[in-house]
Write a protein that binds this ligand. Structure first.
Ligand code: URP
Ligand code: ZN
Ligand code: ZN
Length: 464
């Protein structure tokens, strides 16, 4: 069925205008001031009245975990639950982190992760390939993964002994990334410093979730950002600091950028709206809010919003890493170091950014679109197929009702996680209609589409 979206206020990363959008097959085929449904030489056209609403390009989440063996457990969502949740919230494409273990074969890991999504995902998806080992014997496999359409690597400077990479391997990997034109995304926390801090705190009997933050203070993250940027300046690789949480880390990246380092900064929704006091909630409830880098002092939130407004910070992701409270977070009852790290946010991201960023005037609608869609597509080689409202782009569109009033609640969540980190919070705005390549997949916060419709988005390297 073709789609005619009439009378909406089209918001892109740079524009704001009223027009009609016609989508035939999987793409946008016409954008005009007024398109008369009767004039279309097609019988099966669904007309969507978007008057009084915004029309956004489908949102893209640059940082998601779905299949994640981590900290003695597995993240609880699968592609069915995560993609339905994402679509209900207006996100039409995600980039998942492939996170193999230190002895896994990289190409086999790529195939495993792909198999979790193929035929199951309701939304489009692609991957960042984590490099947790880089000895000579496995290097060729990373070239094969890039040839297969994965044009970004991921490196963890944190998680000592599990996911972190030696500096020797990091350097060699970044040389290869530069040669292939593949951007390196990086979790920037100094693993040794975190490990030492954790041991000190536990030895002092400081075992609760409120000590997770003090074990990885801003200096630890700033040091990680400086480290990756130093390696970027030596190798010429392009880098992207994931879930950048605090002023110290942002300033390190900005300083490196001013020295000529090619560095992009990602923020994630939890750091924009939650602060360290959540992780200190009594009766172990703080465990729900344990993620890394940790939630920070509130003053950092304004720094992140300002960075988005000025576009020094490029993107807003979620770092969706869903672990149930009842039987997973609770694994860390006796030691915060055993609480699986992560906060589920894939369904709430767009509404959080609208409610707490756009409505109070911290960022513009254009900055919202840029950071939650367009810039993600540009940085990771999907633009203008994704992230744009243009003739020829995929018909991934979000008709968004800014007048909707409600609250965030676990009751509406399609993720399998057993709590909502934003329970009871005011919610202003909701996706009324969400289309993926020309088919309606969600309406009014509910999934109404086809599971398995999602496709792998193959990407080309973005720089020479
Ligand atoms: O706490 C987090 N961020 N969990 C997921 C793994 C990661 O570091 O991204
Ligand atoms: Zn991370
Ligand atoms: Zn992550």
């Amino acid at each position: 069925m073709a789609l005619l979206i009439k009378g909406g206020r089209i918001i892109t990363a740079t524009d704001d205008y009223v027009a009609d959008i016609y989508c035939e097959g999987e793409t946008i085929t016409r954008i005009d001031k007024s398109i008369d449904a009767a004039s279309l030489k097609k019988n099966d056209v669904e007309v969507i009245d978007a008057s009084g609403k915004y029309v956004f390009p489908g949102f893209i989440d640059p940082h998601v975990h779905i299949y994640l063996p981590f900290m003695g457990s597995f993240a609880i969502d699968d592609y069915e639950s995560a993609s339905k949740a994402a679509l209900a919230g207006g996100t039409t494409t995600l980039i998942e982190m492939i996170c193999p273990g230190p002895t896994d074969e990289p190409f086999a890991a790529f195939e495993t992760w792909k198999s979790k999504a193929e035929g199951i995902s309701a939304m489009d998806y692609t991957f960042h390939m984590s490099v947790v080992r880089f000895e000579a014997a496995v290097r060729e496999q990373f070239k094969q993964i890039v040839d297969a359409g994965v044009a970004s690597f991921k490196v963890f400077l944190a998680y000592k002994g599990a996911l972190d990479l030696s500096d020797e391997s990091l350097f060699a990997m970044m040389q290869m990334a530069k040669k292939l034109g593949v951007i390196v995304t990086a979790h920037c926390e100094n693993a040794e410093a975190v490990d030492a801090m954790q041991k000190l705190l536990l030895a002092e009997g400081k075992t609760g979730p409120e000590w997770h933050g003090p074990s990885r203070p801003p200096a630890v993250e700033a040091s990680g950002v400086n480290h990756i940027c130093t390696f970027a300046s030596l190798t010429g690789a392009h880098v992207y600091t994931v879930h950048t949480s605090c002023e110290d880390a942002v300033r390190q990246a900005e300083a490196a950028r001013s020295r000529g380092v090619k560095v992009w900064i990602e923020s994630v929704a939890p750091h924009l709206v939650l602060d360290e006091t959540y992780a200190a909630r009594p009766n172990f409830e703080g465990a729900k809010y344990v993620m890394s880098p940790p939630l920070r002092e509130k003053k950092n939130q304004q720094v992140l919003w300002n960075g988005l407004a000025s576009r020094s910070i490029s993107t807003v992701g979620t770092d969706h890493a869903p672990f149930r409270f009842a039987d997973q977070k609770v694994m860390g009852k006796d030691a915060f170091t055993k609480i699986p790290n992560g906060i589920a946010t894939i369904q709430e991201r767009v509404d959080l950014v609208h409610t707490y960023g756009v409505v109070p005037g911290k960022i513009s609608l254009q900055a919202m679109v840029d950071s939650c869609s367009t810039k993600v597509a540009e940085i990771f080689g999907m633009y203008p197929k994704k992230g744009a409202i243009q003739v020829g782009s995929d018909a991934d569109l979000v008709v968004y009702d800014p007048e909707f009033r409600g609250t965030f609640s676990q009751a509406d969540s399609l993720s399998k996680v057993d709590y909502c980190a934003y329970e009871g919070w005011e919610r202003r705005g909701r996706a009324s209609v969400v289309t993926l390549r020309g088919e309606v997949q969600a309406r009014d916060g509910k999934f109404v589409g086809t599971t398995g419709r999602g496709q792998f988005v193959a990407r080309e390297p973005t720089h020479g």
